[in-house]
Design a protein. Structure first.
Length: 317
């Protein structure tokens, strides 16, 4: 494989999105670090892609549904950061096929290190015939987790680190999970996690941590790395929000079944996800070690630090 004569190229899938964008920015911020980012996007003419190009980032057209385009985009690259976006199509089967394309293209291009951004297959904890939570579409418990977890086997023939991420705190900005104002004027956050702690982090820190793994050479190839910025209960999240916003925010715990019935797209999936984090807290939160994450990414933000930088972006519904 012919690599860049000066820098090792990291081809970044989803470079205009949250995780991929974080990887690209982490590489760009490390001048002299020995790596160069190559931003992959379906639409090089988009404003986000143009902004990257204007910042002297190499931008390459590629489509996760087109394996040949991925092979071209990976050519000459040392590493690949691979991620898929379930919420574009709500299809685990499509995610698995896209992961298969990433893995096959990386193998064809003789890539030395792939990071696959993934999540657990929750069916290891709640089998399909377990009625503690509904089975969705006949074969999933938490579709946006299970598809990624099932796809991990696609990377068996390429040197890969499995990067298991955590709840994005940006979900409070973009996904409607931030404080909502009730008829009484009070702000409330609502999660079906009882008094359990939910591992979370800022999306930008996922990119920084992934870049640190690439910089570690072969140390993490063949390993699972589970990351988080902080483990917080609903009450602790509410307290942090109250302090940041200068207004009281209450936490309301509801049952997963109630959350599943809220009716918005993905409510059943997310209701099952939160139930997993509640009912299997040791198995789920335990591997997401904050100190190990900080050892990779010393600039890792906790929730209050993230809030100080992002509180003005949180819509108060």
């Amino acid at each position: 494989m012919a690599e860049n004569a000066v820098n090792k190229v990291i081809a970044v899938v989803g470079a205009t999105g949250a995780q991929g964008g974080g990887v690209i920015r982490a590489i760009a911020a490390d001048a002299g670090g020995g790596f160069a980012g190559r931003a992959l996007t379906r639409e090089p003419s988009s404003e986000a892609a143009k902004s990257l190009a204007a910042a002297d980032v190499e931008v390459v057209q590629a489509d996760l549904d087109d394996r040949a385009s991925l092979e071209r985009a990976f050519a000459g690259a040392h590493g690949v950061f691979g991620v898929t976006n379930f919420w574009e199509h709500y299809s685990p089967d499509k995610e698995i096929e896209q992961a298969r394309n990433i893995a096959a293209a990386a193998k064809a291009a003789d890539v030395r290190h792939v990071i696959w951004s993934t999540l657990e297959d929750t069916r290891q904890w709640v089998p399909l015939d377990d009625d503690r939570m509904p089975t969705l579409n006949g074969k999933w418990k938490v579709p946006h987790y299970d598809g990624k977890g099932e796809a991990e086997k696609e990377f068996a023939d390429v040197p890969t680190t499995l990067l298991r991420t955590s709840f994005y705190w940006e979900n409070m900005i973009y996904f409607g999970m931030g404080p909502q104002r009730g008829e009484d004027g009070r702000l409330t956050i609502t999660f079906p996690i009882g008094d359990k702690r939910l591992p979370g982090m800022g999306a930008e820190d996922i990119g920084k941590t992934a870049y640190a793994i690439f910089k570690s050479g072969n140390d993490y190839i063949g390993k699972v790395v589970s990351i988080a910025g902080e483990h917080l209960s609903g009450a602790e999240m509410a307290a942090g929000l109250s302090e940041a916003l200068g207004e009281a925010v209450q936490y309301t715990a509801i049952e997963p079944a109630v959350y599943r019935g809220l009716g918005f797209p993905g409510a059943e999936d997310l209701g099952n996800m939160f139930q997993i984090t509640r009912d299997f807290e040791p198995e789920y939160a335990g591997p997401r070690d904050v100190q190990r994450t900080r050892a990779l990414n010393p600039a890792l933000k906790d929730f209050r630090t993230w809030l100080a930088e992002n509180k003005s972006r949180i819509p108060l519904g």
